[in-house]
Design a protein around this ligand. Structure first.
Ligand code: ADE
Ligand code: ZN
Length: 336
């Protein structure tokens, strides 16, 4: 691992905590809860992580999270991720979780929230890592289900920063979720949405116009529409790009074809993130490194990606400025 990239101060803006479920952790928790898995070894699990598209991944991802059953499981999962993120230069993380996927299995939101919040508090105290929690609505489910989930989440308002939209994009346009995002905005939550991963550029537009998303998760298909590209630049809409995810889910054929460098060249506020690192072969610095090598990113482009990560975060203006100052000092120290 390139030391400069690894320690470069950065924010992670696109990370599903359930997507950090590593094979050894999956086996450990299955054993603890006496759950029979279709796999018997780390090797077998790794071989199953061979995806043809987003849905083929989601099927395994929802299956895997069945081993998360109590507060300790959620704490342990998040704590493991925070340690990895800290070791790869992450100073702040806006992280996603999928409440519906846990409620559907009979868990309470208290179990999920208490486990995650304990780990967040510990990360703040022991590593000075700041973390914001963002529940996502599953777009393959109905808007009524999202509305019920939103009502349940209100009890946890103090520990929730915003809401997101994830899961199977094709066939589930943002327009399906206007009501629930309108309620979320009225309650003062920040808004983000997965769009333009497999879905068309019009889903990015819908996320901005109908859901009033402040940032877009993935958005890799935006360059197909010049007018939209110009709008993203003009309105400084952050895109949370996940190169290794796009490669593993065959959104791009190879990393050399990834549009990240073009996005920066156009002036889009794009950052580099890890999405579901346990499934896609790397955490945030691995994404920086793989993308940097494949696209021959310059030092200036790499630093811009880190800068965009703080700019696009849901942190307040003063904290953003303090983190950007840290980034600048790091670069002064290591490049001069
Ligand atoms: N849930 C977890 N990872 C996702 C992704 N890459 N796209 C949509 N939903 C997801
Ligand atoms: Zn995602």
């Amino acid at each position: 691992m390139n030391q400069f990239i690894n320690q470069l101060p950065k924010a992670e803006l696109h990370l599903h905590i359930e997507g950090t479920l590593e094979p050894d952790f999956l086996l450990e928790k299955a054993k603890k809860h006496l759950i029979t898995l279709p796999f018997h070894s780390i090797n077998e699990i790794q071989q199953a992580y061979n995806f043809s598209n987003l849905q083929s991944f989601l099927d395994i991802y929802y299956q895997g999270m069945a081993v998360l059953r109590d507060e300790t499981d959620f704490h342990d999962l998040a704590w493991r991720y925070f340690q990895k993120a800290h070791a790869q230069g992450v100073l702040h993380a806006d992280i996603f979780f999928d409440p519906q996927a846990h409620i559907e299995r009979g868990l309470t939101l208290d179990t999920v929230s208490d486990g995650l919040c304990n780990a967040v508090e510990k990360a703040k105290k022991e590593m000075r890592l700041s973390v914001f929690l963002i529940p996502c609505f599953l777009r393959h489910l109905s808007e009524d289900s999202a509305l019920d989930t939103f009502a349940m989440c209100l009890k946890f308002k103090k520990v929730i920063t915003g809401f997101g939209l994830d899961s199977s994009e094709v066939g589930n346009p943002p327009s399906k979720f206007q009501k629930v995002f309108s309620q979320a905005r009225q309650e003062g939550f920040r808004i983000t949405a997965h769009a333009g991963e497999e879905g068309p550029p019009s889903f990015i537009e819908q996320s901005l116009d109908l859901l009033h998303a402040e940032r877009i998760d993935h958005g890799v298909r935006c360059l197909e529409d010049e007018k939209l590209t110009n709008r993203l630049v003009r309105e400084k809409i952050p895109l949370t790009v996940c190169p290794l995810s796009n490669l593993k889910l065959k959104v791009v054929n190879n990393l050399q074809e990834h549009p990240f460098k073009k996005m920066l060249a156009c002036g889009i506020m794009a950052s580099i993130n890890s999405d579901d690192p346990a499934y896609f072969g790397g955490y945030i610095a691995d994404n920086f490194e793989a993308c940097g090598t494949a696209l021959s990113l310059t030092k200036a482009e790499t630093i811009l990606a880190a800068r965009n990560s703080f700019m696009g975060s849901f942190l307040d203006a003063n904290t953003k400025a303090a983190y950007l100052q840290k980034l600048e000092s790091y670069c002064d120290e290591h490049l001069n």
